[in-house]
Design a protein around this ligand. Structure first.
Ligand code: HEM
Length: 126
């Protein structure tokens, strides 16, 4: 089932609460059964129905468990067709920037601790 590929036009036909598809990182998901369960609410997910929801999905900063949950609803690949500027490769771009900001989140506190230890050592010497 998941080896089918859908165009944006096909996805657009599934944009209601009775039949809701969305695209995240180049994959198409049928999330109709998930709408009621979505912790972020039913309406918000519908605003991304039938289109490339990668940016919306990433902007919220969904957890890894949300990403794992996605796989349950995977029905196929996305053939593209979104003419919005810059949207075609948003998947990879967002994933990359997400990775970089995560690294900073870990490295920055470590650097601050290191600086504090060094200052402390320096002050003790005096
Ligand atoms: C089908 C794909 C989606 C899945 C599987 C999903 C799953 C989840 C899950 C599990 C949460 C709980 C918090 C977390 O674990 O991150 C969540 C929260 C949320 N989601 Fe989604 N979501 C999806 C799509 C979307 C889309 C397209 C939007 C926006 C248009 C959205 C907006 C939100 C918001 C606003 C929250 C609440 C965040 C908060 O209260 O902190 N979600 N989602």
């Amino acid at each position: 089932m998941a080896d089918k590929t859908f165009t944006l036009d096909e996805c657009k036909k599934h944009a209601s609460d009775k039949d809701c598809w969305l695209v995240v990182h180049g994959k198409v998901y049928n999330v109709t059964d998930f709408l009621e369960e979505h912790p972020g609410g039913y309406d918000i997910i519908l605003t991304s129905a039938g289109k490339d929801a990668t940016q919306d999905f990433e902007e919220i900063g969904h957890s890894n468990s949300a990403r794992e949950l996605l796989e349950k609803y995977h029905i196929g690949g996305f053939a593209g067709g979104d003419s919005a500027p810059g949207s075609r490769n948003t998947g990879a771009a967002v994933a990359k920037s997400g990775g970089a900001s995560k690294a900073i989140n870990v490295l920055l506190p470590l650097l601050l601790i290191l600086a504090a230890v060094l200052v402390n050592m320096y002050l003790k010497k005096e």
